[in-house]
Ligand binder design. Structure first.
Ligand code: IMP
Ligand code: MG
Length: 184
């Protein structure tokens, strides 16, 4: 665990409220999730792990190393219209995976579920491509979304309803490199 001085140095002088999930806690949980996912699909079926950029990049990189079976990795980039911290509810795909989805077992990997807007737009869009199965894996879930079209089959942690940074999560593109998750 970094001490206060190290923490302030790492965040460029910003005061982090508290560390919510430590590097060790995250590593333990992600390893468990990887094991669960490994056992969830027959070995003779293929598996596509689809990361939602940018927030999931560190989680996905750690997660797939704990999925000890053959798989493919691809990414998609979604952007919500409008700037700032309030979502306008519109989500569009800025990068569409090259990997075909039809007939495959697909796991969509999301960093954090907040309002649920992103998931509620992307899941139906991916379903239209007729995957064999489509499951959701999220590291964090704030549980404020009134109605999610799909709940994560694999969830890392229940998240406090605070703005979180680190382990891929950003605030204005900062802090993604912190190895722990903190509240700003
Ligand atoms: P949703 O569409 O409101 O569920 O928001 C999902 C996206 O918003 C996530 O993929 C994150 O990129 C971003 N987000 C939501 N909450 C947080 C947070 O606490 N910290 C950083 N990013 C967040
Ligand atoms: Mg994100």
């Amino acid at each position: 665990m970094p001490n206060t001085a190290e923490l302030i140095a790492r965040t460029g002088g910003q005061t982090v409220r508290r560390i919510v999930f430590s590097e060790e806690e995250i590593a333990r949980r992600v390893a468990e999730m990887g094991r669960d996912i490994t056992g969830a699909f027959p070995l003779d079926e293929d598996l596509l792990v689809l990361g939602l950029l940018k927030g999931s990049f560190i989680f996905l990189a750690d997660l797939v190393r704990h999925i000890t079976r053959p798989l493919h990795v691809d990414f998609l980039v979604a952007a919500s219209y409008g700037a700032g911290t309030v979502s306008t509810g519109e989500v569009r795909l800025v990068y569409d995976p090259e990997a075909s989805i039809a007939g495959r077992n697909v796991i969509l990997v999301e960093d954090i579920i907040d309002s649920g807007t992103t998931i509620n737009r992307l899941i139906p869009l991916l379903e239209q491509r007729r995957p064999r199965t489509l499951e959701l894996c999220a590291l964090l879930h704030k549980r404020i979304a009134p109605a999610l079209v799909k709940e994560p089959r694999w969830l890392g942690f229940h998240a406090p309803r605070e703005f979180l940074i680190g382990y891929g999560l950003d605030h204005s593109e900062n802090f993604r490199n912190l190895p722990f998750i903190a509240s700003l």
